[in-house]
Design a protein around this ligand. Sequence first.
Ligand SMILES: Cc1cc2nc3c(=O)[nH]c(=O)nc-3n(C[C@H](O)[C@H](O)[C@H](O)COP(=O)(O)OP(=O)(O)OC[C@H]3O[C@@H](n4cnc5c(N)ncnc54)[C@H](O)[C@@H]3O)c2cc1C
Length: 424
Amino acid sequence: MVKRTKTDKVDSIMRIGIIGGGAAGMMCAATLLKEHSGEDIFLIDRNDGLGKKVIISGGGRCNVTTGIHEIKTLLKKYPRGEKFLTSAMYAFPPNAVYDWFESHGVPLKIQEDGRVFPRSDDGKDVVRVFEKLFKTYGLHVLLNTSVVGVEKKDDAFLIHFKHTPTPLVVDILVMTTGGQTYRQTGSTGDGYAFATSLGHTITELAPSLNAFFTKEHWPAHLSGLSWTQATLTAKRAKHPKFTGPFLFTHKGISGPAVFALSSLVAFETYNIQHPLEIMIDLFPALSIQTLHIKLEFLIEKNPQKQFGNILGLVVPKSLAEVTLQELQIDETKRADELGKKNLNRLCNWIKAIPLSVIQRGTGDEFVTAGGINLREVNPRTMESKICPGLYFAGEILDIDGFTGGFNLQASWATGHLVGSRIKK
Ligand SMILES: Cc1cc2nc3c(=O)[nH]c(=O)nc-3n(C[C@H](O)[C@H](O)[C@H](O)COP(=O)(O)OP(=O)(O)OC[C@H]3O[C@@H](n4cnc5c(N)ncnc54)[C@H](O)[C@@H]3O)c2cc1C
């Protein structure tokens, strides 16, 4: 490990220390190589390999970025950080990220839903690119190296390690320590304390992109049943809502629309005493009147049929059974005996299935909402406004997006911005 004392500074070489070898740290280091010698860059991570979270992301396939190219549309995918990310996203938009990986030997593909993956469906390929680059350029990759603190002395930063008494002295410090989810990947939130020690404030932290556990037990009977397009609305101030795919699970609901809604209510309190009341509209493209007419038509056509079977023509059979149980309608009732009142109740239910969310799906949230206060960081450079020479990138910032490659995109873009703004 290369270390120096303050007197070494006479050689006028700028040394850069990056704490955190995840997506943001790796992209920052790779970009720095355009202007800086690998000899001057130190990428530090407590793990025995780089990009542990990148490798497991997207279920191991790594949803690298998104196919959305319109920056304004892209920025709408970030409940926190939308405005702040503007410069970073224009400088390194999803198509530039796409080209970067392809030109570095990782062929990519865009799925129909707009998500971008390596063609190999292997997140390790994404990390390998960086490993190869760092080896070629002789960048100092310090693995199995836990940072326990940072200090600023005069114009230099001292990085203190757990197992080595001598600190590493650098001129520029980049913090890319991530959030505090999936802590087994090394992202334990240490960076928040480091940043605080250098004068920064941290906004409230909360898990985001999580599943919901519900008070109702009936979702368990439908576990695995998925819906490609439903609208989920939370009955809280501003009525946050999201339309997209979701599925029932043995404890509640999950899937992209649920993750997005969880992100919109990341700072709301909900529990068994004060549940988060939500409504699911299974047919957002159909008005309640159209649904009514559709069911009426089916009833008129099949007056003798059991109503449970008729409802089974509109929603999956298992959901039809649960619906009738919840509304206490006898499923063996003949269609022509259902009555107007029950038909109305049914349509209302399908258009706004009520569920009480009592818990976040614990331990499985994807990102941390909250982080370094964005007012303290220059969005054009990612440099601290409080401590010159200190930069931030990635999830450590108060930035988080929906699922679909948006969080990695933010990490690549902010990491790239730091790397291109640190001039020799
Ligand atoms: C299961 C899962 C799946 C996901 N899937 C996707 C997806 O498909 N697409 C997407 O866009 N986003 C996805 N995300 C989110 C995305 O992976 C993260 O937002 C992104 O990786 C954050 O990158 P980062 O570089 O900021 O931080 P991280 O990737 O968390 O990297 C931080 C690094 O800092 C190191 N570190 C922390 N503290 C210290 C210390 N004290 N000393 C030394 N090293 C330290 C850690 O070991 C870690 O390697 C997923 C997240 C999870 C948990």
